[in-house]
Design a protein around this ligand. Structure first.
Ligand SMILES: Cc1cc2nc3c(=O)[nH]c(=O)nc-3n(C[C@H](O)[C@H](O)[C@H](O)COP(=O)(O)O)c2cc1C
Length: 138
């Protein structure tokens, strides 16, 4: 059984590119072994992440991530059973806050990144858009 879990959280301090890189290095390594994929983004101190993969593995990983002291105020915004993964090319993709990021944000009605105000559908659509952009750019 596959699921897609999407959550937002607030970084406990400002993250620089090295901090993000540290998260991604571990994430990519672990997720590959677990057949979990997804997308992470960070801006305005918010993280928005989607995790796709086998239900029990995603649940377990999420509980571990939620305990990570680098962020708090973790809120699950969407939990869906899916037939197939849609972020399959990414053990864990990362989308920095570029012009393309803001363009997609505008598409879901925001000028400033505030994932708390996104509906579940908007959050997933934003992350999917980022994942596609990312694919074309790399
Ligand atoms: C915003 C955020 C997203 C993360 N995403 C992942 C992830 O997708 N996969 C992963 O294994 N760890 C992720 N981590 C790191 C985990 O919280 C944890 O540090 C990692 O699983 C290593 O745990 P360990 O030291 O107990 O092996 C993330 C951390 C943060 C703060």
């Amino acid at each position: 059984m596959l699921i897609r879990l999407t959550y937002l959280s607030k970084a406990t301090r400002d993250m620089n590119m090295q901090d993000i890189q540290d998260i991604l290095t571990v994430a990519r390594d672990n997720n590959q072994g677990l057949e979990i994929c997804g997308m992470l983004c960070y801006d305005q101190r918010y993280f928005l992440q989607t995790l796709e993969g086998p239900r029990d593995d995603v649940n377990e990983l999420f509980l571990e991530i939620a305990e990570d002291p680098r962020h708090d105020d973790v809120v699950i915004i969407s939990y869906e059973y899916i037939d197939a993964t849609t972020f399959g090319s990414w053990d864990m993709g990362f989308a920095p806050a570029t012009d393309a990021f803001y363009k997609l944000l505008n598409d879901v009605g925001q000028n400033t990144f505030d994932p708390r105000a996104l509906t579940p559908e908007q959050a997933v659509s934003f992350l999917s858009g980022l994942s596609e952009q990312h694919q074309t750019n790399n």
